[in-house]
Design a protein around this ligand. Structure first.
Ligand code: C2E
Ligand code: MG
Ligand code: MG
Ligand code: MG
Length: 287
């Protein structure tokens, strides 16, 4: 017993910390070769127009399947990829693959919706990002208006002006900009109007709370109303049940995305959704 105690007292790391450290090291190591080993895959989640039920577009969501680690969540590996300086390479692959896939659906299934791609703030702060986007558009031959870049508010924290300049250039190129996870960051509704963005995605934490609570519903309703008044398109993310959908419908939210209407899926399944073209939302809406 005494031996054990002294053993513990000299060790700086607890067992838990040690395990965490070891997996982190392992994740880093595996992540560095993931691109080369073709361990990434894109899944796609449909977004639907609230009024018509038609497909608005698909969000590309990155999946990493590693032989040792299994399926690792982007919530875990994206921040690590950012820290160890490989997010630009991964992000460029995502952009290319999403656009390539879009072109394929466009040609084979005459799909005309939007393809949304998540962009890390680090990518946006890298000098050649604009060129990367215009090159990918040229290489894949997709119309710039079909490509939407999802950015987050933390891009604006330390460098508002350079970010605005870049986004304006991208908008001139014709691509769409959407602000992801709205409501979780340092969002100030007052500066929204001055930002070069087309679409605002209301974070799922807002949507989650609209199932029952009155106050949360009022807040979310007001946010949607204000965003629409400014002239931006709204997308609710994380819609999981018909109570939420009903509420969003009555709050005039433009589009919905969530498990209720479609989970992120491999490209093979997307083709079926494109063939259907729309979802029947009336079954959720009680009037
Ligand atoms: P995000 O961009 O906000 O993506 C939406 C996340 O919500 C996705 O998680 C999606 O699977 C999940 N989701 C969708 N509908 C529902 C729902 O009804 N309920 C709940 N609880 N969740 C729902 P995912 O795929 O695990 O991605 C997590 C985050 O990782 C993304 O959040 C995004 O920030 C980041 N990410 C994913 N792919 C990429 C990428 O290619 N590049 C970058 N930079 N980040 C990515
Ligand atoms: Mg997103
Ligand atoms: Mg989001
Ligand atoms: Mg996000």
């Amino acid at each position: 017993k005494v031996k054990n105690m002294s053993k513990n007292s000299i060790s700086f790391f607890t067992q838990e910390m040690k395990e965490e450290f070891l997996t982190r090291i392992n994740v880093e190591k595996q992540l560095k070769t993931a691109l080369l080993n073709k361990e990434f895959k894109l899944y796609y989640q449909p977004q639907f127009d609230m009024k018509t039920g038609k497909i608005r577009g698909f969000e590309a969501l990155l999946r990493w399947i590693n032989k040792d680690l299994g399926l690792v969540s982007p919530m875990i590996f994206i921040p690590i990829a950012e820290e160890i300086g490989i997010i630009n390479d991964i992000g460029e692959w995502v952009l290319k693959e999403a656009c390539r896939q879009y072109k394929e659906w466009n040609i084979n299934n005459s799909f005309r919706g939007i393809i949304s791609v998540n962009i890390s703030p680090i990518q946006l702060k890298t000098n050649n990002f604009y060129n990367t986007v215009s090159d990918v558009l040229e290489e894949t031959g997709i119309e710039s208006g079909c490509l939407e870049l999802e950015i987050t508010e933390n891009l604006f924290i330390d460098a508002l002006e350079p970010a605005k300049i870049l986004l304006n250039k991208l908008i001139e190129l014709g691509v769409r900009i959407s602000l992801d996870d709205f409501g979780t960051g340092y969002s100030s509704l007052s500066y929204l109007k001055s930002l070069p963005i087309d679409t605002l995605k209301i974070d799922k934490s807002f949507i989650k709370n609209t199932t029952y609570t009155g106050v949360e519903r009022e807040i979310t309703r007001s946010v949607i109303e204000l965003v629409r008044k400014i002239g931006l398109e709204t997308i609710a993310e994380g819609v999981e049940n018909d109570k939420q959908l009903n509420f969003l419908y009555k709050s005039f939210c433009d589009n919905i995305q969530g498990f209720l209407t479609g989970k992120p899926m491999p490209p093979e399944q997307v083709v079926k959704i494109i063939e259907q073209g729309k979802v029947d939302l009336s079954k959720y809406i009680d009037d």
